[in-house]
Design a protein around this ligand. Structure first.
Ligand code: BDR
Ligand code: CA
Length: 313
């Protein structure tokens, strides 16, 4: 079977970087058509720089990397340097990128790429705030019908929030965009904190990545090692949640996850609960299911997959 074409919208971010590397390490299964960058963990200038540092590390300077929206829809940008460091990619000592930025705006690149592929073939992976996607859907409504599906890291149910008591970062930064994407009629797979907080980089898992002994293995161990310092303090967990790579792992090994098709609606108004993803787990409302929500993961299987795949880069 031909590799599945995917576009990755991202705000790197250490965990975004690992997700990108995992996708690039799966060339037999995934055909990465390009990376589109958005403001999120750090401002756009840095996310566009970091995405190229990762492509260089993976030996893929040929990939189109585009810069997109520099702020959420109708509100100020919230960033997360307290988690990711000032660069967004603190940890390893990665050089400045050699590869150039693609000249197209990310939104134009998304629209043009989706129109160039047969309908129902391209999967969109969203690892940051959904601003680029929602802007593209607004400008070119025809592209929603051309997507195979969207797999997004974002939201929370029982895990509750990581940026407010009830909201996850990617959704909270641009709830208007998330609302547009969830209402677009495209099949959505959501990877919320409920799953990613079970994908913890323990010291043993970090050591296995470092033991690969390759530049990629060392970089990923340093990336996840840096990320590690924040979450155990906050959540009392035995390691940092590796959020974004769960999206790629789901494409490669859906059998590692459990899911449920439910209605998800985003709170866009309330100051108290802005960006909360309200999941109708028991079908209590009359809102039709619109999202496949992942809720469990075989974490050992996930880290085995990650380590095996990264060994090939
Ligand atoms: C999400 O927010 C970012 O900090 C991470 O890169 C991930 O995409 C987790 O809430
Ligand atoms: Ca991210």
């Amino acid at each position: 079977m031909a590799p599945r074409p995917i576009l990755i919208d991202t705000d790197p971010g250490q965990d975004d970087a690992v997700a990108i590397l995992l996708a690039l390490a799966a060339r037999d299964t995934l055909d990465v058509l390009g990376l589109t960058c958005v403001a999120g963990n750090v401002p756009l200038e840095k996310t566009a720089l970091n995405a190229r540092r990762i492509c260089d590390l993976a030996g893929r300077p040929d990939l189109p990397v585009c810069a997109g929206c520099d702020r959420p829809m109708g509100r100020a940008l919230v960033t997360a340097e307290h988690v990711h460091g000032q660069s967004g990619l603190d940890g390893p000592d990665l050089p400045a990128p050699q590869m150039p930025l693609h000249p197209a705006h990310a939104v134009d690149f998304l629209i043009d790429t989706l129109r160039a592929y047969p309908p129902g073939t391209v999967t969109l992976i969203a690892l940051g705030p959904l601003t680029n996607l929602a802007t593209a859907f607004g400008r070119a409504p025809d592209i929603t019908g051309r997507l195979r599906e969207i797999v997004l890291m974002g939201g929370a149910q029982a895990a509750l929030g990581n940026v407010t008591p009830v909201a996850e970062f990617n959704i909270h930064v641009d709830p208007t965009a998330a609302d547009i994407v969830l209402r677009a009629g495209v099949p959505v797979v959501m990877v919320p904190l409920d799953v990613t907080h079970k994908a913890l980089v323990t010291p043993a898992r970090n050591a296995a990545l470092r033991a690969l002994g390759t530049p990629v293995g060392h970089a990923v161990a340093d990336l996840t090692g840096f990320f590690e310092r924040y979450n155990p303090v906050r959540y009392g967990a035995e390691g940092a949640p590796l959020h974004d790579p769960c999206t790629i792992a789901w494409l490669l090994r859906p059998d590692l996850f459990a899911s449920r098709h439910v209605n998800v609606t985003v709170e866009t108004q309330s100051d108290l609960t802005l960006g909360m993803t309200v999941m109708d787990w028991w079908g209590i409302s009359d809102r039709a299911p619109n999202t496949t929500v992942l809720h469990d993961i075989d974490a050992d299987g996930f880290f085995d997959l990650l380590t095996e795949r990264l060994a090939t880069l």
